[in-house]
Design a protein around this ligand. Structure first.
Ligand code: UDP
Length: 368
């Protein structure tokens, strides 16, 4: 086999950005992936003329002009703005938590009234310094919103009580005292016109890619094909779980083509925030493309579940126990300087796409 400067394990966003940058620096790169397709979890597939997010909905959003300009080299983006709604036992609420939400839940009209309501609920809860997700959520939006829009959804999503989850998870969501349903506080936002797979395909243009190739199953052969290895899979799997297994959440997707309707739910994302509905959300993919006219529609129900070996890992569970274990794996990785771990799985971090791009660019700069 040919000898390369870099072997990139995983043809997802991190691996593709890194590979592309190293190729620009005239390095030889081989990218492999255990799946039969490129693009990792941002893979999209065309079904009924609709780009379907096969491994969960991805909405590109960033405050970084660098990340935005970078990704726009590989695709054109539409003007989609994420405004999910919450369905709590048939009651519809606006997300993220904003004046529309406060009005619907309490009948308040002004920001001052909403703030007073939250403050009084926070006071009666007795929480001073929030130490977990439950306390953080109640401090931010009060107990009514916590009970209806956060508790059920979060416990389904993470499979753990809110009081055992890190406060950081809920800080991803903006709380606004304006009538603004834009889910993200991001300067730039959109969905690629031709889906995400095309972005990765363009990044990997001219780079050797081998699919259906599992690094860990062929380690003895593959570890010597390159000077350095970029590993974007689970860091605990790389070390054969020798210090114990890190926990992840997986998601099971139930995708349906509906031929008898062209508009199922009137929105791209509807969260089911009660505890009894077994799925967390329904995605209607065509609504990621405002104005797209099709005679049918494609919907996906997302069921969150605990990851067991053999599943696809989606979310790291960054609580104290896992963080401590991850740090031990990271220390181990420092003993093998020719292998670099990157991406959401390699770094065991709840990264969004823009951060993944920036991290890969940073690494590429360091390597060149
Ligand atoms: N969340 C919630 N209710 C919602 C939406 C989100 O309580 O209707 C909480 C939940 O804990 C979730 C977190 O906010 O895990 C982050 O949500 P985000 O939409 O960022 O999750 P992702 O899209 O990455 O799954």
């Amino acid at each position: 086999m040919h000898y390369y400067d870099y072997l990139v394990v995983g043809a997802g966003l991190f691996g593709a950005v890194f590979a592309r940058e190293m190729k620009l620096h005239s390095k030889s790169v081989l990218v492999i992936d255990k799946r039969g397709n490129i693009a990792g979890n941002i893979y999209t597939e065309n079904i009924e003329k609709i780009h379907v997010h096969k491994y969960g909905a991805h909405i590109f959003h960033t405050n970084s002009k660098i990340a935005w300009d970078y990704v726009n080299q590989f695709a054109s983006f539409n003007r989609f703005t994420n405004s999910p709604i919450a369905n709590y036992r048939g009651e519809i609420y606006s997300l993220p938590f904003n004046m529309y939400t406060f009005n619907k839940i309490w009948g308040v009209i002004t920001p001052e009234q909403a703030k007073a309501k939250i403050e009084s609920q926070r006071k009666s809860s007795g929480i001073k310094t929030p130490s977990n997700l439950e306390e953080q959520a109640i401090s931010l939006v009060g107990v009514d919103i916590y009970e209806k829009l956060i508790k059920g959804y979060t416990e389904k999503q993470w499979g753990r009580p809110c009081c055992e989850l890190p406060a950081e998870i809920i800080k991803r969501l903006p709380v606004r005292f304006t009538y603004d349903n834009n889910y993200f506080n991001a300067l730039y936002q959109g969905i690629p016109d031709n889906g995400y797979t095309e972005i990765i395909k363009n990044m990997l243009d001219g780079i050797e890619v081998k699919l259906n190739c599992d690094y860990l199953e062929n380690k003895s052969e593959l570890e010597s094909v390159a000077e350095k290895i970029i590993f974007t899979g689970n860091i605990d799997a790389y070390f054969d779980y020798r210090l114990g297994a890190l926990e992840y959440r997986t998601v099971n997707f139930e995708t349906e083509i509906l031929n008898d309707t062209d508009n199922f739910q009137g929105n791209a994302v509807v969260n089911y925030t009660d505890k009894d509905t077994p799925f967390t959300r329904i995605i209607e993919h065509k609504h990621f493309y405002p104005g797209l006219e099709t005679s049918s529609t494609v919907v996906t129900r997302e069921y969150s579940a605990e990851f067991t070996r053999g599943d696809e890992p989606y979310y790291p569970i960054n609580n104290a126990k896992n963080t401590a274990l991850y740090e031990k794996y990271r220390d181990l990785s420092r003993n093998i300087p020719n292998v670099i771990f990157g991406g959401r799985l390699g770094e065991y971090k709840y990264y969004d796409m823009d951060t993944v791009i920036l991290r890969a660019l940073e690494l590429a700069q360091k390597e060149s």
